[in-house]
Design a protein around this ligand. Structure first.
Ligand SMILES: CC(C)(COP(=O)(O)OP(=O)(O)OC[C@H]1O[C@@H](n2cnc3c(N)ncnc32)[C@H](O)[C@@H]1OP(=O)(O)O)[C@@H](O)C(=O)NCCC(=O)NCCS
Length: 191
């Protein structure tokens, strides 16, 4: 993505209070992207329900936010009550924001988060026809396994180390500061 385009937005973790922004992003996905994201067509009410439970599932969600709106997101979900050796991931980028490197960057965040939580295997359920997702998986050196017309991406993150833990902590602090500045800017604009 060009510096100019990137300077318009930031990538950071979403907070539980930002459910509505996540929901609106998923609702804005066009029909094809929705089908690719959920591996089948889903209705608006399915998405509303899915987003409403985003934190119940213990998900960590990274988002690209521009002008206060989520335009792309990656999710890392626990498969059990606590973080175990395996987790599930998903990616979504709105059409106007695709092919600018956001999917690759958001996948990188998910892989590092998985690594920092001791996850050894990330499953991604996507259609075999999803060439872009396969390109992203290859860039992150993922192994891909085919099952019944779906690709199950098996991504094996490395062990956490001081730098991967520090990088996530520093980005969380930056994300918090940027969110506060964004809120201030919007309050001033509205006044
Ligand atoms: C799949 C998706 C996340 C990709 O996001 P993105 O921001 O467009 O991805 P990026 O720009 O980081 O990378 C796309 C890569 O695919 C490549 N690509 C694009 N079209 C391609 C095609 N037809 N065949 C092969 N590779 C292709 C691009 O060249 C790019 O690779 P490069 O950076 O090496 O050039 C996005 O298209 C999306 O949200 N789709 C709908 C939902 C979905 O499919 N989610 C995944 C299942 S959970």
């Amino acid at each position: 993505m060009s510096d100019h385009a990137r300077s318009n937005g930031i990538v950071r973790k979403l907070w539980p209070q930002e459910q509505a922004k996540f929901r609106d992003h998923l609702l804005r996905l066009d029909k094809t992207s929705r089908t690719m994201r959920f591996a089948h067509g889903v209705s608006d009410s399915f998405i509303e329900d899915y987003a409403a439970h985003m934190t119940d599932a213990g998900s960590t969600i990274f988002a690209y936010i521009e002008d206060g709106e989520v335009r792309a997101a990656s999710e890392l979900k626990k498969l059990g009550e606590t973080w175990g050796r395996e987790a599930e991931a998903a990616l979504s980028v709105e059409v106007a924001f695709q092919e600018k490197g956001l999917g690759t960057e958001l996948m990188g965040r998910v892989i590092r988060a998985a690594r920092n939580r001791g996850v050894h295997l990330i499953y991604m359920s996507c259609l075999a026809s999803n060439a872009k997702m396969q390109a992203i998986a290859r860039k992150h050196e993922a192994d891909l396994r085919f099952e019944m017309g779906e690709v199950i991406g098996e991504i094996v993150p490395q062990e956490p180390n001081y730098f991967s833990l520090l990088a996530e902590a520093v980005e969380d602090r930056m994300g918090f500061m940027m969110a506060v500045l964004d809120l201030q800017r919007r309050v001033v604009k509205a006044a």
